[in-house]
Design a protein. Sequence first.
Length: 463
Amino acid sequence: MTKSLDPTDWPAFRALGHRLLDEMLDHIEHRCDSPVWRPLPATTQAALCAPLPMEPQGEAGACADFLAHVLPYPSGNTHPRFWGWVQGAGTPLGVVADMMASAMNPNLAGFQQAPALVEAQVLQWMTELMEFPADASGVLCSSGTMANLLGVAVAMKDRPSSARVYCSEQTHGWVLKAAGLLRLNVCWIPADGDYRISVAALRQAIAADRAAGLQPACVVASAGTVNTGAIDPLDTLARLCAAESLWLHVDGAFGALAYLSPALRPLLAGLPRADSLAFDLHKWFSAPIDCACLLTRHAAQHRATFASTPSYMVPTERGVLAGGVPFADLGIDLTRSFKALKVWLSLKAYGVRHHTAVIEQNVRDAQEFAAAIGAHADFELLAPVPLNVVCFRYAPARLSQDRLDAVNHELLLRLQESGVAVLSSTTLRGQFALRLANVNHRSRPEDFELLRETLLGIGAHLA
Ligand SMILES: *Cc1c(COP(=O)(O)O)cnc(C)c1O
C-alpha cells in the first residue's frame, strides 16, 4: 500500500480533532482554576525523555501523551495572574487561526495566493495604526528580537562596521545579539532618573565621535523599556536624528501598541517619524506566539538589504510565481508561516477599538496597582510607571536595608511556587526589584488585589 501521513480512518481522526479542539478551549476557558505555574513532576520529566519512537503509537495515543504530560505544565502566560515577563496571553480566536493557517499551510514567501494579500493588508493596517507613510515597507517576523535585528540591518546597510550605533543602557538584550551578528559598534548612553535615554549624554557622544573621526549612523530608542516601561523622548530624538542625519530605530516591542490609544499616544509623540520601528504582535496585541512586525519608511533600502533572486525564484509573467516572493525579500526567512492570519482575524473580529480598550485597561490596572503599592507601608515603588510595568519591593520597617534583596528574591520564588501569581525580577540601581508587566487581557482588578494579599501573606513569614 502506498504511504501518506493522512489519517487512515478519517471519521475517527475527525472525532479526535473535535475532541482536542474542545480540550484546548476548555483549557483556556477554565485556565484560572489551575495554578499559574507548578513544578514539573518526576513522572512528566520521565515521560518527556522517552526513546525515539520507531513504531507508530497512533494519533490518539500521541495526543493523549500531550494531554497528560505537556498541557498541565505551562510556564503560565495564559493565566489571568501571569505578569512575569512581557508575554501575551494569546486568544481562543488565535488558537483557531493557527489551526486554519496550518490547514492551508501556505508558504508566505510571496506567490500569487490570497494569504499573501492578507499579509499585505495586515502590513497596510499596521502602517496606518502607527501613522507611518502609506508607502512604508513592512514585514512580519518571528519576534521582537528579529524585527529589531532586521530594522538595524536595514539602517546599517552599506555602513562601515566602525559606524556608531547609540542606545541607552536600558535597551533590551536583543541589541547584544544584533551587535554580534551585524558587527555593530555600539555606544552605550546612560539613562536619566526616569530610565529614559539621556539626550544630553547622547548629544555629547555624537559630537565626541565626530571629533574623533567616527561616523555616527543610528540611534536606537525604546518605546517602553523592558525593565520599567520607560519611553525615550521620541520627538526630541527624531529632531536630533534629522538634524544629525542619523537613522532613528525604535524598539517598541510592547510599548508601540500604546500608540493605538488616543489617551496614551502623547507619551509616544514622534513615533511615526522613526526611520524604522519594531514591535511584537504576540505581546500587547495578544496574538499567539509568534508574531512581530518591522516597519520602515525606507522601502527601497529595506528590499535592497535582503533581496536575492535565485534562478528557481525568478518571477514569471503569469502563474503561481507572478510577483515573485516579496516577503522573503524583506527578511531572513524564505519559507514563511501564515502569521498574518491571526492578526487579520483579531483585527476584524474585535476591531481596533476593542484592542485599544484592552491596552488602556492594562495600563489603568497596572497604575492602580502601583498606587496601592506606593501607599502601603510595607511596600516600596522602585521606578515610575509610565505604562504597564511596575517595579517594587516588599520593604516593611522591621527589615533592615541589607536584607531586602535576599528577602524579595525568596518572596518572588515562593510566590511563583504558590501557583497564585507569577512575577519576575530585575535590578534597578543595584537593588533587587519585583517586576510586574501587564499585557494580560485576562487580568481583572481582583487579580491584583489577590496578588497584593498573597505577597503580604508570604512576606509575613519571611524574617
Ligand atoms: C520582549 C522585548 C523584546 C524582544 O522581543 P521578543 O519578541 O521577546 O524577541 C525587545 N525589546 C523589548 C522592549 C521587549 O520588551
